[in-house]
Design a protein around this ligand. Sequence first.
Ligand code: GDP
Ligand code: MG
Length: 312
Amino acid sequence: MASNLIREWNGIQQFPPSTQTKLLELLGKFKQENVSSLTILVMGKGGVGKSSTVNSIVGERVVAVSAFQSEGPRPVMVSRSRAGFTLNIIDTPGLVEGGYVNDHALEMIKRFLLNKTIDVLLYVDRLDAYRVDNLDRQVIKAIADSFGKGIWSRGLIVLTHAQLSPPDGINYDDFFGRRSEALLKVVRLGARIKKQDVQGSAIPVVLVENSGRCNTNDSGEKVLPNGIAWIPNLVKTITDVVSNGSKAILVDKKLIEGPNPNDRGKLWIPLILAFQYLFVIKPIQRAIKQDIAKEEKPLWELRDMGLSQRQF
Ligand code: GDP
Ligand code: MG
């Protein structure tokens, strides 16, 4: 039985007490709102820190991390349970292979997710990458084409390697702001999200530092250069996304095998055209014909048709 595979979330005890308290408080909130489980999907390019982030959240080394090798070819779901709440977190292979979007990996992820509901998407990239390019846009587009662009209203951007000194003397928060803006722009373009679609619920961007050398504060919590204890901050942002009023994404057969979910409305186009032809254009043509038939013809036309009685 699947439930046998859900282990107790002991990794929480690895966190310093103040982080544990904050996490248990957030889990308590879920319980109050009758949310008993949460499924988080982690996606992004290869080598950006997806697996490391999964390990950091769970508090155990549950998935393999590798600097050089390409990742495991299959998605992996890790489930942990604590105080009546179950966390499912799905690590996936990188979405880029040889400079292109890896459609094979994406297909495999879709099939793995069949009949699962995605509550949150963590889109992982690095803070210390200075540029965004067309490939980033293609990856975002591929995610939106596979799961519908609605998945982005359940999405948050995670930036790893967050313990850095920005280049060119830029202040840390300015650097973070500029990197976030660049990525958010690529997400809006790639997923074709209109400004009005994201009203009030902009996609959050969260910083993560998976390295064991991450600085800590007086309570032993891992903190970023801006002083933020990032694990509770990440989990808090996840809970905000869950309660932002948008719908979770059910991955059903229709979503996997059907056409691009963003094109669904377009299937009506031929029907609408047929309707217009039969019920709008045809009646107008008929009315014009009748009008012409009823019209009194000028004498010269009748004469030309040889119908006039009068001789000129
Ligand atoms: P994935 O391919 O996206 O799953 O990336 P991994 O989690 O396997 O990480 C790739 C490499 O980056 C590994 O050597 C990790 O130790 C390293 N790494 C991941 N996240 C961080 C981070 O936040 N900071 C630092 N310094 N290294 C990281
Ligand atoms: Mg990995």
